[in-house]
Design a protein. Structure first.
Length: 414
């Protein structure tokens, strides 16, 4: 065969090989595209399923928190109206504590629904303890004396309001159980600076320190070693182990530390350090009667139990209150009451959410102060600067406190 013929044959073979390779490549690309389409379809279906689950979880968390807020709040009102010596006072406290504990169980549902952490607040520890002093005395009974030693120079801490309340409540219950025959409980606050030499005590910096000191029977070293284990019932530890495990979890998650110092026959001291925020605060003082002004608060809340609870608490605190169940009713009420002092607005509502409502309100009344309410952390991309936020479930103290703070910013004293 001549050379040109050989080259022509080889060229034909090469061309066939190239065409075959191209065809194989097209088949490979088509198959890869089909697999990619299938994966995208599966991912889309999965995303839709997860979105549906998230909406369901969010709805359940929202409804449960509203109901538990109403239960805990009405238990507070019951406590305030009962004779301190009544046997029912302790029952009411247990109802309230159970409702707040149940509300915390919805945290995973809230996290699933919006991918955010549970709401936290900048809390004045002194104010919380001072406002709840009367309730603590009722809960502990007449045989236990309570002394508060509160340092006015302490700073705020960043924590969920219900979490701080759980710390105080569970440690006071432990003190009560440790003193069945009566005794003395001292609750003290102060600033504490943790230095590098405190290791392994944690991160250096400024901390707000709370101490709970009782004159009970104390605990053995063995009991102290198991004190924060969940689901441990040890008579030597005076009970309350589940509550103390909860306290330990809250403190740890907040970046703090809890220590116990107990001597059998002498008493027990729990010391808690929680990281301090930047700004110092003082205990709130009483506003002179001559400075009290009439206030009118509009509450926008679609859950009847929470709406009624909010109204009763604020009326008891001396405020005029108008309540509505929907955003459209709120806009109508605003026209009837143009001199409103404050609006409390639930964020999650069926007609429109609280942020959209407030945007409409600001077109009618640009300067009306607003406090948003929700079991979910606020959406910082939509939350107007300067507006307050109240996490659900809330207590009477946290509700009245944030209302007073919002009104004081406008020059209205309550």
């Amino acid at each position: 065969m001549s050379a040109p013929a050989v080259f022509a044959c080889l060229g034909g073979i090469a061309l066939v090989a190239i065409l075959a390779a191209a065809a194989a490549w097209r088949v490979h690309v088509a198959r890869a595209a089909r697999r990619a389409d299938q994966k995208r379809a599966q991912a889309t279906d999965l995303a839709k399923a997860m979105e549906a689950d998230s909406r369901l979880a969010g709805g359940i968390a929202h409804d449960l928190n509203d109901l538990l807020t109403a239960i805990a709040g009405h238990a507070e009102l019951l406590i305030a109206n009962l004779d301190p010596s009544s046997a029912c006072v302790q029952d009411a406290h247990e109802i309230r504590r159970a409702a707040l504990s149940a509300a915390r169980l919805t945290n995973p549902l809230r996290s699933l629904s919006d991918g955010q952490r549970s709401p936290t607040d900048l809390i004045d520890v002194n104010a919380v303890i001072a406002r709840t002093a009367k309730s603590l005395e009722q809960m502990l009974g007449p045989k236990i004396d309570v002394t508060l030693t509160l340092d006015k120079a302490i700073k705020r801490i960043k924590i969920g309001s219900s979490h701080l309340e759980a710390i105080v409540l569970n440690l006071c219950i432990h003190a009560r159980d440790a003193m069945p025959n009566g005794g003395h409980l001292r609750v003290a606050t102060t600033m504490h600076t943790r230095y590098e030499r405190d290791a392994p005590g944690g991160v250096p910096g400024e901390y707000v320190q709370m101490a709970f000191m009782d004159t009970g029977g104390g605990m053995s070293a063995a009991a102290q070693s198991r004190l924060f284990e969940p689901f441990v019932a040890d008579g030597d530890a005076d009970g309350g182990a589940v509550g103390l495990a909860r306290v330990d979890t809250i403190v740890t998650q907040a970046g703090g530390r809890i220590q116990v110092d107990s001597v059998p026959g002498v008493g027990t001291t729990f010391t808690i350090d929680l990281p301090a925020a930047a700004e110092p605060v003082e205990l709130p003082g009483q506003v002179p009667a001559e400075k009290r002004l009439t206030t009118e608060v509009l509450v926008v809340e679609d859950e009847p139990g929470v709406r009624e609870l909010t109204k009763r608490v604020l009326v008891r605190a001396g405020h005029g209150v108008v309540t509505v169940a929907s955003p459209h009713a709120a806009l109508a009420a605003l026209k009837r009451h143009p001199a409103l002092s404050l609006m409390l607005v639930d964020i999650v509502m069926p007609e429109m959410d609280g942020y959209d409502l407030v945007a409409e309100v600001r077109r009618i009344s640009p300067h009306v102060p607003v406090v948003f309410m929700s079991a979910f952390a606020p959406d910082l991309t939509r939350h107007p600067s300067g507006d307050g936020f109240l996490a659900k479930p809330f207590t009477s103290e946290s509700l009245t406190g944030i209302v007073e703070e919002a009104l004081s910013c406008t020059g209205v004293h309550v």
